[in-house]
Structures are given as C-alpha cells and as structure tokens.
Design a protein around this ligand. Sequence first.
Ligand code: NAP
Length: 294
Amino acid sequence: MSTKGKQRPSPYKLRVGLIGNPVAHSFSPRLQQPAFDALGISARYELWPTQDEQLLERVSSLCGKLYLGANVTIPHKQAVLPLLDKIDPLAESIGAVNTIVHQDDYLHGYNTDAPGLLHALHEHGLGEVDKDGNISLHGYTAVLLGAGGAARGAAFGLASAGVKRLIILNRHLERAQRLAADVQQTYDGPVFSLSDPNFLLSHSSSIIINATSVGMHEDASPLPAEVLARFDADTFVYDMIYNPIQTHLLCQARAMGLNAANGLSMLLHQGALAFTLWTGKPAPLAVMRSALMR
Ligand code: NAP
C-alpha cells in the first residue's frame, strides 16, 4: 500500500516552538530539543515562521492541550503582550515577552532575556547570588550600548540587580532618554543617557554591554577604540551578539587585555529559564551548553 501523501504520526506528545519572522536561522531548536530529550519529555521544539497578520491565530493555537507554550522573537516580542492572559511584572515593565507558557488554559507571558543576561554575567564571574537566589551587581557601573528591545531587557535586569549607576548610550538620543525614564520609575540609582560615546567617562568596576546590532553584519564596533581605552583594567565587556562569535568590539577589548565574552551565555541562560517555565523542571544546563557549542 502506498504511503505517498500521508504524514507519519509524530512520535512526540507535546509541542513548543519559536514564533517570529524570520526564524530559520535560530539557535533555539539546537538548544531546546536536546534538553527535552535528555529529560525524557516527549516534546518537539518547532520553528513557527509567523507574519504580523498570522500572530493572533498562532498565539491562540497555543491554547491547544498539546502545547507547552512558545518562545517569541523579532518582530513580535511587543505585539504579543495584548494577546496573552497574564504578563509577568518584569516583562510588563520591559514591554516585551520572549516566553509564553500555556498553563491551565491560560497563556502567561515572561521575559527571560533580562534574567538570562544576569545569569550569564554571573557565570563570567561578576556579581553575587543572594540568599533568595537573586543575582546582585552592587558596586558595578553598567554602560549599556543600545536602547532597542534587547537593551530594554538588559536595562531593567541591570537595575533589578542593583548596579551603582546605569549609562545608556544610543545612536538616537530620544530612545535612550525614553528607556532611562522608564527604568527610573522603579530604580533609585542614577541613570544617564547619551548619544555621543566621546562623553563616556571611565568608572571603576564597569560592565560594558553591547545590545546594539553593530558588529553582527559588519566588521564594526559600537564603541571607538579610543573611548574603550579610557576604561580601567577591571572593565568587563559583554557583547550580546553570538554570531559571529568574535565581534570587532570583543577583539578591541581583548587586545586591550580586558575580560570579554560573547552572547552565547545569555542565549543559553534565557533558554534554560524558558525551559524551566514550560516544564517546571531544572534545565539540563550541561546538555544545552554542549549542544550550543557543537
Ligand atoms: P533592535 O530592537 O532592532 O535594536 C537595535 C539597536 O541597535 C538600537 O539601539 C539601534 O539604535 C542600534 N543600532 C542599529 N544599527 C546601528 C548603527 N549602525 N549604529 C549605531 N547603533 C545602531 O534589536 P534587538 O532585538 O535589541 O537586538 C540587538 C542585538 O542583541 C542583536 O544583535 C541581537 O542578536 C542581540 N541579542 C542577543 C540575545 C542573546 O541571547 N545573546 C538576545 C537578544 C538580542 P537606534 O535606536 O539609534 O536605531
């Protein structure tokens, strides 16, 4: 008997996936599928390319009983908010959701980018974990490059970790000012916004975080080398970009002897936090890390 035209039944009981456009080059399936497999959870992580006009239907489909939830990426991280039943307070402040959890017939929105960044910085030796498991970055000055979606998550994450001061540098000053004003609503420390890197001053114990897309498609840095050279030797440079793994900014920093890391660790931790939200289980970090490095 011919099986032509018939689809084989999926061996997986549950479904979860990535909503965005485009999604084809995402690292998330590479990260999540081995985690489900390692824990013996019969779930398949899929790619769900979704145009703007398909978003409502796609999100509604997550109410089906086989769906654990989804990750959300560009360009839908803001647009999904009004489509969900409940939004976590951190995601509400940031104004972006990257993880949807389907639980008890409700869709809950979370942002794991912000805590993912803090876990990544801690993994690179920065800050401390308090008795409640929260990461504290007391005493650090955070210099945030960018004021887009990723930078918004970073700004609220850094503020919640209690950085001493936050400096937001963005090409379009108004966007940096808007983000500064939003963060200032819940953060007591000083927040500065600027658009000209030449006005950046060095502070001891600085963390410079690139949350712009500069360096992703071109061999360019978001920070002139002479400005980076002003920073103290204890400065840590984190580039959220992970493809390419070595950006121009990271080359500059390492050539100056500064500690530096790319965005793979943030990708890992935001994914691990999402996994735990979907499954209620600790994520198999070692499995996910080695899958990502392959
Ligand atoms: P986005 O919302 O489009 O924001 C882009 C940011 O880059 C804005 O601040 C923009 O400045 C700035 N920018 C773009 N081109 C520029 C240029 N030529 N010169 C100066 N500034 C420029 O993007 P996003 O979602 O925030 O993502 C930003 C980066 O973070 C991407 O590279 C993304 O891959 C990375 N990311 C990594 C992770 C991870 O897990 N590692 C997670 C999320 C994002 P204006 O506001 O002035 O336009």
